[in-house]
Every structure is written in structure tokens, then in C-alpha cells.
Ligand binder design. Structure first.
Ligand code: MN
Length: 190
């Protein structure tokens, strides 16, 4: 069997029960992690689009956090590493034809330009999320910037995929309720 390809940059999806439940989708670009809050979570269903609201850039060093943020602190509540892995940007070389950028330097350039242009395409190598996706900036509602997270149709597409059916950590297998019920955040324990 051929060795699995992998991406040059990190991504993480943190399931987060703060004021409301959402999934923080973060892509490493230029030394930080631009982030989007996805209320319904990412999906492998290429037939639906998920609303993704931009949130402040995240430090890469906090991307491995799983545990409970104390009540009263910003984002207080349980955090699960719902998925993690690597990615490479993709470029559209012709209408509907995408090319994955395997070169790291070129990939960083493409990712930065795509982010600015409001149209990111990328190939994820996660534990749950795999294959080609896009994040596209839209006009939004009432002047508020909003994006859509879209799964491109490929071998990893899965109709009906719903993140809420996969309530377990990619690193500890714990459910969000299990994480929330532990008094101290503990990393990597099951
Ligand atoms: Mn959050």
C-alpha cells in the first residue's frame, strides 16, 4: 500500500460548548490560525453548505487544548479536539479543476492569497475530515461578514454526514459531556 500523503500545515476543529455550542474550525496560515465558528459543524456531505463566522486568529500553541475553560473566562465551557490533522491548499486551475499544492512555500503563498480573496480551497488530512473543501466569503447578513464551509464532491463525500453523530474526541475519544464533567482539564486521557 502506498504511504498516505499528508499536508504541510496544521488544522484543528474544536467542539466548544460556550454560550452556545459551535465548532471552531482553524487553519494554519502564516504562523497563526485564522478561525471560523461553525454552528452546525463541518460535514462530509457535499450537498450542504455550513455557515462559518470568522473569529479572531488563534495561536497555534493553543490548538491542542482539550478540557474546560473556567466559567467567567472568555469562551468559558468545555472544549473537545473534534478533529485534527494537516492540510494543503488547492488552486483552481480551470473551472471545477483543482490542483493540490504539495510544495510548502508555494502552499503558504496560495493560502495567504486565498484567505485575502475570500476563497480558500484545501485538502484535509484529518481523522474525521478528509478530502477537498472550500471556505468562501459571502455577502453576509446585515453587513456582518460570513463564510460558507463546503465539502467538494470526491471519494470522501458522505451524504447525510452530521457532526453531532460523532461526539467523540479525535485525541481522547471522550464525549463533550465527559470532558465537561471532569473537574480538571486532562490532556489525552480517556
Ligand atoms: Mn469557540
Amino acid at each position: 500500500m502506498a504511504k498516505a500523503k499528508k499536508g504541510n500545515m496544521a488544522f484543528v476543529v474544536q467542539k466548544h460548548k460556550a454560550t452556545s455550542l459551535h465548532y471552531d474550525f482553524r487553519l494554519e496560515i502564516g504562523g497563526v490560525m485564522p478561525s471560523w465558528s461553525v454552528p452546525k459543524g463541518p460535514t462530509l456531505d457535499s450537498g450542504v453548505r455550513r455557515l462559518a463566522l470568522p473569529t479572531p486568529d488563534h495561536d497555534i500553541e493553543y490548538s491542542h487544548f482539550e478540557g474546560t475553560i473556567p466559567k467567567g473566562d472568555y469562551g468559558g465551557g468545555a472544549v473537545m479536539i473534534w478533529d485534527e490533522g494537516t492540510y494543503n491548499p488547492e488552486e483552481e486551475i480551470a473551472k471545477g479543476v483543482r490542483r493540490e499544492v504539495f510544495d510548502k512555500m508555494e502552499g503558504e503563498r496560495v493560502a495567504k492569497e486565498s484567505l485575502k480573496a475570500g476563497n480558500l480551497k484545501f485538502h484535509l488530512y484529518g481523522k474525521k475530515l478528509k478530502g477537498s473543501f472550500a471556505l468562501v466569503r459571502t455577502a453576509g447578513f446585515g453587513g456582518k461578514e460570513s463564510w460558507l464551509l463546503i465539502k467538494h464532491r470526491d471519494q470522501y463525500s458522505e451524504p447525510g454526514y452530521d457532526a453531532k453523530d460523532y461526539d467523540y474526541s479525535a485525541v481522547s475519544r471522550r464525549s463533550l459531556a465527559q470532558i465537561a464533567s471532569e473537574e480538571r482539564p486532562s490532556k489525552g486521557s480517556a
